[in-house]
Design a protein around this ligand. Structure first.
Ligand SMILES: *Cc1c(COP(=O)(O)O)cnc(C)c1O
Length: 355
């Protein structure tokens, strides 16, 4: 068979779509990685202990509903555990949501520029998506509000990626009131921000929150996320998820991680302190940097091309993300690493800009 005839075996949407490409993960440990918003610090040591203990029961299936995690998270968030659904990373939660709410040919509304994975999920579902540009300051433009017959789901990362900007509660409530479909607030970065939207679920049960342990809890390698929603929504979403979508080791690790809030707070405080320092340093180097409530900064400038800077940093062993959003702008998204990593990056960047 030729490759062409192999492609014809697939659904046409799959054959023609471009794959979602995450930031690169070099296989040697040398690079300074500031490209995928990982945490530069280790997770709570209790996570490692809990995973060790859980290895004694690997012949069993895990709890399909992740009850121990949901109890611990319910305590931390002040919500009923019946409002929580666990996922294999929050990307799994986003997959479950897209499959549950959006059918063939129906529509999602997405902000632009934003997290590219939402588009991929729409394409996998043979769904339509409309991308509505943010206003200049990354607020919701008027076009973002309002219902439409075929509209079945809205994704709103908050804080947004790549900008790190935060929408206020009023905009999100007004949006949820203006449509008939669920509004998913993707709070992957919310632990680095001053506010979150959990309390809005009481005011409008169409609001669904997704969270991840990948960023603030320093557990990107573990793969654990969860969503918080009205109990009726959670109950029905259980029909859509894989029965055992979170494994025994990640459930044990995630439960220990969310139970150690002191570790989280200390970790987040360090990153926020580095973020402030890094913001000033990058502005001093001539970048336009918007105030961020996440663990990365979005840097633009018009006086020189950005892609060569990204490429030269890479040659120097420093990985950041170059992103180009047609019709918007391109930019560099730089994760907030440790102080040493950021200082090393700034030294190289200063040299590159001087040459
Ligand atoms: C990182 C990220 C996620 C997904 O995180 P997981 O590792 O799958 O839990 C979801 N949304 C946004 C906006 C992200 O940046």
């Amino acid at each position: 068979m030729t490759n062409d005839s192999i492609q014809k075996l697939f659904r046409s949407e799959i054959a023609s779509m471009s794959p979602y490409t995450p930031g690169e993960q070099p296989q040697t440990g040398k690079a300074i990685k500031l490209n995928t918003n990982e945490n530069p610090y280790p997770p709570s040591p209790r996570v490692i202990d809990a995973i060790h203990q859980a290895t004694s029961k690997l012949e069993r299936y895990p709890d399909p509903l992740g009850t121990s995690f949901r109890r611990a998270a319910g305590d931390v968030l002040g919500v009923d555990p019946e409002m929580i659904l666990c996922g294999n990373g929050s990307d799994d939660c986003l997959t479950v949501l897209t499959r549950a709410f959006v059918g063939d040919g129906q529509k999602l509304r997405l902000p632009y520029p934003s997290y590219i994975l939402y588009r991929t999920l729409a394409e996998l579902q043979s769904a339509q998506f409309e991308e509505v540009a943010f206003d200049k300051n990354f607020g919701l433009s008027e076009r973002f509000y309002g219902n439409d017959e075929s509209l079945k789901l809205i994704y709103l990362p908050n804080p947004n990626s790549p900008s790190g900007t935060l929408l206020d509660h009023d905009s999100i409530l007004r949006l949820a009131d203006s449509v008939d479909c669920p509004v998913v607030v993707d709070e992957a970065y919310v632990d680095f921000a001053p506010t979150n939207c959990i309390s809005l679920i009481q005011q409008n049960p169409k609001i669904i929150i997704t969270r991840t342990l990948s960023k603030s809890y320093a557990l990107a390698g573990l793969r654990f996320g969860y969503l918080v929603a009205h109990p009726e929504i959670v109950q029905t979403l259980r029909k859509v998820k894989d029965s055992y979508n979170t494994d025994m080791l990640s459930l044990a690790g995630a439960t220990a991680a969310i139970s150690d809030q002191a570790w989280l707070e200390n970790n987040v405080a360090r990153i926020i302190a580095t973020r402030s320092r890094m913001l000033l340093a990058l502005r001093n180097l001539g970048f336009d940097v918007i105030e961020s409530h996440a663990n990365f900064l979005w840097c633009t400038r018009t006086d020189r091309p950005l892609k060569p800077l990204y490429e030269s940093l890479k040659k120097n062993g420093i990985l950041i993300r170059y992103m180009n959003y047609p019709g918007w702008s391109d930019g560099l998204r730089i994760s907030v690493g440790s102080d040493e990593q950021i200082d090393a990056m700034l030294v190289v960047l200063r040299d590159l800009l001087a040459s």
